[in-house]
Design a protein around this ligand. Structure first.
Ligand code: PMP
Length: 387
């Protein structure tokens, strides 16, 4: 066999592994408790597993329709009308995807052309920028900073011009744990009205929202919805991040074009899991428990870590909480996250990789989608920071 490798030029300037892969590898090398990557260390509902097994064994193993199984899209349509009051046509306004990541990728590929500008709010979930770059778009980052991570919409308005094609929002927000309120959404609606801007709304944490806050889905704003796409993930709602299943919702004319690209991207996703989710989410109690379930986990984390010298920005949503460590170290956040992982034995994610131009905040992100025993053990190790 020849060793003559063909030349490879990455289409992505940044290349390399994501911060999640880097920190998870370090965590396993040092046997650290992994509060870095966002995945539950507990199982999904047994009933859901039984449904998956049932449909698998009953032979639901051939291609599903491109837009998703009609039964699943019916379930989702009813759920969205129930939760957000917006009627969604199951046939023309929903497309089931291989996780939210593929929904975001396909939406960006479908609508962003070479030279188009896309405004994103940073710290931002790390797939947006490379996806926009692959589409030939230009990322225009807006910096949100610790502790409020708030948005001044007048400044956003200043960033908009004729080349702006898309604005990507994410609420509840990963990695900061903040949420957008009604006034934020109204300000956004005003900025994009009478423009050609598409709003791509990442709502994967729709049900992980606390302290009685209501999730401000794009679906609560009919005028805004007419030029928007909303992205969801079953991984977050069902504690099944490994299944990589999600969906996208929007007005018919945008979903039609989305599906044109989707058919050459994946065409459809696995069928037996779609059958199972269609049955499972038809029962509202199977998602209505989520806010209190995760709020309890957040509160437990705050109780167990109350003597640890890290200052939390109490999360309003998601299963992440931002922590300021300036009381214990001057290190930059990447160095501090590596130190926590290798020396203290708790893996965290630094904030700076979520920015194009990091503001230098001394902040890391911890995940609380964990069993109490995991968080307690992490808390005991973190007490070593007291020195
Ligand atoms: N958006 C955000 C904000 C996320 O946190 C995640 C998952 N961590 C995704 C999208 C991707 O979701 P999925 O695993 O369904 O692709």
């Amino acid at each position: 066999m020849s060793n003559n490798n063909v030349s490879v030029q990455s289409k992505l300037a940044s290349g390399g592994a994501t911060i999640f892969s880097v920190m998870s590898k370090l965590a396993s090398e040092h046997k650290a408790i992994n509060l870095g990557q966002g995945f539950p260390d507990f199982e999904c509902d047994e009933k859901l597993k039984e449904l998956v097994a049932k449909h698998l064994n009953e032979g639901k193993n051939q291609y599903a329709p491109l837009a998703g199984l009609p039964k699943l899209n019916e379930t989702l349509s009813k759920k969205m009308e129930r939760v957000y009051g917006m009627p969604i046509d199951p046939q023309t306004q929903i497309c089931v995807t291989a996780g939210a990541t593929q929904a975001l990728y396909t939406a960006i590929m479908a609508f962003v052309n070479k030279g188009d500008e896309v405004i994103i709010f940073e710290p931002a979930y790390d797939c947006y920028t490379p996806q926009i770059q692959l589409a030939g778009g230009v990322v225009k980052p807006y910096n949100m900073t610790y502790p409020d991570y708030s948005i001044d919409w007048d400044e956003v308005k200043e960033m908009v011009n004729d080349r702006t094609r898309m604005i990507v929002i994410n609420t509840p927000h990963n990695p900061s744990g903040t949420v957008l309120n009604k006034q934020d959404m109204e300000a956004l609606e005003e900025i994009v009205s009478d423009t050609n801007i598409i709003v791509l709304s990442d709502e994967v944490y729709e049900h992980l929202i606390f302290d009685g806050e209501e999730h401000q889905s794009i679906m609560r704003f009919p005028k805004l919805f007419n030029q928007s796409l909303a992205v969801f993930s079953f991984g977050k709602t069902l504690h099944t991040t490994g299944w990589k299943m999600g969906y996208i919702v929007g007005p018919e004319y945008l979903i039609k074009e989305f599906k044109t690209i989707h058919q050459w991207n994946v065409f459809c996703t696995n069928s037996f899991v779609q059958f199972a989710i269609a049955d499972y989410l038809a029962e509202p109690k199977n998602y209505e428990y989520l806010p209190s379930f995760f709020q309890e986990k957040r509160d437990k984390m705050n109780e167990l870590l109350k003597d640890v010298p890290l200052t939390p920005k109490v999360a309003k949503g998601t299963y992440f909480q931002a922590y300021n460590y300036s009381d214990v170290s001057d290190m930059d956040d990447l160095a501090f996250a590596k130190y926590l992982t290798s020396e203290i034995g708790v893996a965290a994610i630094p904030m700076s990789p979520f920015y194009t131009n990091p503001p230098g905040d001394k902040v890391i992100r911890l995940c609380f989608a964990k069993n109490e025993a995991t968080i307690q053990a992490a808390g005991e190790r973190l007490m070593r920071l007291k020195g």
